[in-house]
Design a protein around this ligand. Structure first.
Ligand code: ZN
Length: 373
């Protein structure tokens, strides 16, 4: 989150936990909608009301609320001890929406409390206009991190048997967000004249993948495209400290820390000069055993196989689209489709579609989250 500035609530703002609690009871426990007819209400299988073009928000919330370790962190109340009092609104609102989705008896809840907490910091989310789900995801994760982070006194570096190129800074701030979602890329940059190599690390939470075909390709094709060697020429030349001049360079990225939950952003929104367009490529992605071995530095290949746990879909065009989510429920191990208030179980064979926009993969199977009053 180094590239994001976080805005804090203004001092004297008394929108605290108790206010959130009261608001939440008002907004989230509205009249129930029964998407599944007479079926008993399943934990974590809850529709979300659309507050006026808020399908982008609903699709992201459904995906985050299907990630068991995150659900458990909030349902167990562990988040309360980590909460920073001066910026607790978003995390508290998130906890209440998640609690209603997992432990409430209504088939549908309203995310209004979370929207207003986020809207205070980022007014775009209060407008009734379509927003980008990927941007919303980054804002939510950033705010959760800011509210729940722990400081570490010193910044240390891994040493010992780890090769120099793969050493990683151990973050000085950690949170449930960094523990689950944060990975690190290592860039090797080689001067094409003297072949001197330098290394640079960069943290990521969402990996933006280019789409190499207009019609059909696989997720592995997108990954290969992202991780292939690139040449820096013209304006992008580097300053080589050995040659002491600007030189062309070869750059290659690899994963030096693979996150537990890997989020891929399929870059369907393409900009060609002043023209924006949407790529409707049918991208084939595996539901199980996505192998990231070729892209992870050898010393960090502990869990290179990933299984799909959630998908955000985007239908329509750039400005008039609609978002839905497919999420695997950790209790029943079945896939569900979430389209605002409409929820339905879907077969595994329906999870692969050409509308996928964000893919959530996990390197470990999820257990059922432990709840606590
Ligand atoms: Zn050089």
């Amino acid at each position: 989150f180094t590239n994001m500035t976080s805005q804090r609530p203004s001092p004297g703002d008394d929108f605290g936990i108790y206010y959130v609690l009261a608001e939440c009871a008002d907004h989230c426990r509205g009249s129930p909608v029964h998407p599944g007819g007479n079926q008993p209400h399943l934990q974590g299988v809850t529709g979300l009301r659309n507050l006026g073009n808020t399908c982008y928000m609903n699709a992201i919330l459904q995906c985050l609320c299907s990630i068991s370790p995150l659900v458990e962190y909030f349902l167990s109340g562990k988040y309360i001890t980590a909460l920073h009092k001066d910026c607790s609104k978003v995390a508290t609102a998130f906890a209440y929406v998640m609690t209603d989705m997992w432990l409430g008896d209504s088939d549908c809840v309203s995310p209004e409390i979370l929207r207003s907490a986020l809207g205070n910091l980022y007014p775009a989310f209060m407008k009734k206009t379509q927003q980008d789900a990927q941007e919303f995801l980054i804002y939510v994760l950033n705010e959760l991190h800011e509210s729940l982070k722990k400081f570490h006194r010193r910044r240390s570096w891994e040493t010992g048997s780890v090769p120099r190129c793969c050493r990683k800074a151990i973050a000085s701030e950690t949170s449930i967000v960094t523990r689950l979602f944060e990975g690190q890329l290592n860039y090797s940059i080689m001067c094409l004249k003297c072949e001197n190599c330098t290394y640079r690390n960069e943290v990521f939470t969402v990996l933006p993948l280019p789409i190499p075909s207009e019609y059909k390709c696989s997720l592995q094709d997108c990954l290969q495209c992202f991780f292939q060697q690139d040449t820096l020429t013209w304006n992008n030349q580097i300053h080589c400290s050995f040659c002491e001049t600007k030189q062309e360079a070869a750059v290659r990225a690899s994963i030096s820390k693979a996150p537990k939950i890997m989020i891929f952003h399929l870059k369907r929104f393409d900009i060609l000069g002043t023209m924006k367009r949407k790529l409707r490529t049918d991208i084939h992605y595996p539901l199980t055993n996505l192998d990231l071995t070729p892209y992870i530095c050898p010393v960090f290949r502990k869990h290179p196989k990933y299984n799909l746990c959630a998908v955000v879909n985007h239908f329509g065009d750039l400005d008039s689209g609609h978002y839905t989510a497919f999420c695997k429920n950790s209790v029943t191990q079945a896939w569900f489709s979430f389209d605002d208030t409409r929820v339905s179980e879907i077969p595994d064979t329906s999870v692969q579609t050409a509308t996928a926009y964000l893919l959530f993969y996990s390197c470990q199977p999820f257990s059922i989250p432990i709840e606590k009053c």
